[in-house]
Design a protein around this ligand. Structure first.
Ligand SMILES: [Zn+2]
Length: 453
């Protein structure tokens, strides 16, 4: 009997403590030992010389849309794209699957779908919508990572926006359950009103769409959500913050002692509003892309650890929904989950000098801490052997053929990268190697450790 199921030899490990060369021994899917020149044999041995070893990426914000809208993505293709990008865990949003994850029946249906075909481990967000406050306790018992609410309309009729009373009631209940509420923070009256005004006037270009979702809509909604969180004692997470002012509101709330965090997405860091015109429908999202100054502010905030983590908000749709002259009618959502780590290596590490441990933190460690997943997000003895091997020096260009999601409509196609994922392992088993997704691994539900945050 070999002593280890797997030894990864001579990789450069990226940990909270820094970067150092070591071997990693794996037993039963967990890291059993980390030390150089590890003695003992193994069933499988991987030579990682020249490669960097990151903890597997945890993408806290994806829409894989199964069950119900599997034609938009699905667990098989969505998780394949995640694995190809170095991810080993994702948290799926309650929409745009149908039925949305707003009660135990829909939770169970989504969990069954994921356990059938996901090659990444998964957490599930529960939905907070008008009328389902009484379902939240049962969803918590099932293991949701938190509850997601929209402060503006979501775009799908089956997931209505949370009015202020729904948000207040839901946050009070989430506080009692010890789980965070995540909000899409845009003021609905402002965004819907400006959109109606523009469409009525026949102003339907990319610039008109951008103008209909101004920064003030995000900043006001964040302020209101923070106020409700303070009132209820709820932990609050702001998804996809797109402005420096939005982050500043979160930082100010935290300075007052509130439990408020935020994420941003690669597209807000890397693309600008000009890209909506240049790239077109693949770059439409809400909040929309912003002027370059906002991206610079977000980079500063990310490197100052004011933004807790980066998530893709992978939100795909078929090509027929991503076309047309009326930008307001084109389905919103950016399908980019495969590129998050390479984008941060390229634009963060190589271009801006962001340290590798800082990148590991915003893509893995900080997510695991925020959502109380002690087995995930770190290279440490006892943690799951979720490992991403990266060739940090590899220069390459993303092509459609590289993509593993269903519709392959990433706005990052054609971009040049430095730093490439060469292998991904989920609990010690390879899920992606040299451009190919390796079938056979089955993702498991991850759920927050109980107890106080
Ligand atoms: Zn989303």
């Amino acid at each position: 009997m070999p002593r280890y199921d797997l030894i990864v030899r001579d990789g450069t490990l990226v940990t909270d403590a820094g970067v150092a060369t070591s071997d990693v021994g794996v037993v039963d899917g967990r890291i059993a030992v980390m030390e150089p020149e590890l003695a003992g044999d193994a069933a499988v041995s991987i030579d990682a010389r020249g490669l960097h070893l990151f903890p597997g990426v945890i993408d806290a914000h994806v829409h894989l849309n199964e069950p119900g809208r599997t034609g938009w993505e699905g667990w098989a293709t969505g998780s394949a794209a995640l694995a190809a990008g170095g991810a080993t865990t994702c948290f799926d949003m309650p929409l745009n699957a149908h039925p949305p994850t707003v009660d135990v029946a829909s939770f169970d249906a989504k969990r069954a779908a994921a356990e059938t075909s996901s090659v990444v481990d998964f957490g599930l967000w529960g939905g907070l919508v008008p009328g389902n406050t009484e379902e939240l306790a049962d969803l918590a018992a099932r293991g949701v990572v938190g509850f997601k609410a929209f402060m503006s309309r979501s775009g799908t009729d089956d997931f209505p926006a949370a009015d202020d009373l729904t948000l207040l009631d839901g946050m009070a209940e989430a506080a009692r359950l010890g789980l965070p509420v995540a909000v899409h923070a845009e003021n609905d009256a402002i965004t819907a009103g400006l959109a109606a005004r523009a469409v009525t006037a026949g102003q339907i270009t990319a610039r008109d769409y951008l103008a209909s979702r101004p920064a003030i809509a995000e900043v006001e909604a964040i302020d209101r959500a923070v106020l409700f969180a303070e009132e209820t004692g709820c932990a609050l997470h702001i998804v996809h913050v797109s402005t420096g002012r939005g982050v500043a509101r979160v930082v100010a709330a935290r300075a007052r002692g509130l439990d408020v965090t935020c994420e941003t997405c690669p597209h807000y860091l890397i693309l600008t509003e000009d890209d909506l015109e240049a790239i077109g429908a693949r770059a439409k999202c809400a909040p929309p892309l912003r002027p370059a100054a906002e991206g610079a502010a977000l980079w500063r905030a990310l490197m100052a650890e004011e933004i807790t983590f980066v998530a893709s908000d992978h939100s795909p749709a078929p090509a027929e929904l991503k076309t047309g002259d009326d930008v307001f009618r084109i389905w919103g959502g950016i399908a980019g989950c495969q590129s998050t780590l390479p984008l941060l290596l390229t634009e963060g590490h190589h271009t801006r000098g962001m340290s590798l441990p800082a990148i590991a933190a915003v893509l893995s460690g900080a997510v695991a801490r925020r959502f109380r997943l002690p087995a995930k997000g770190r290279l440490a003895v006892g943690a799951d052997a979720d490992l991403t091997l990266v060739n940090l020096g590899a220069a390459w260009t993303l092509t459609v053929d590289d993509l593993r999601d269903r519709h392959r409509l990433s706005p990052f196609v054609g971009r040049s990268f430095q730093g490439r994922v060469v292998r991904t392992l989920l609990r010690g088993t390879t899920t992606f190697l040299d451009g190919e997704v390796i079938p056979g691994s089955v993702g498991r539900l991850v759920r927050p450790e109980s107890g106080t945050r």
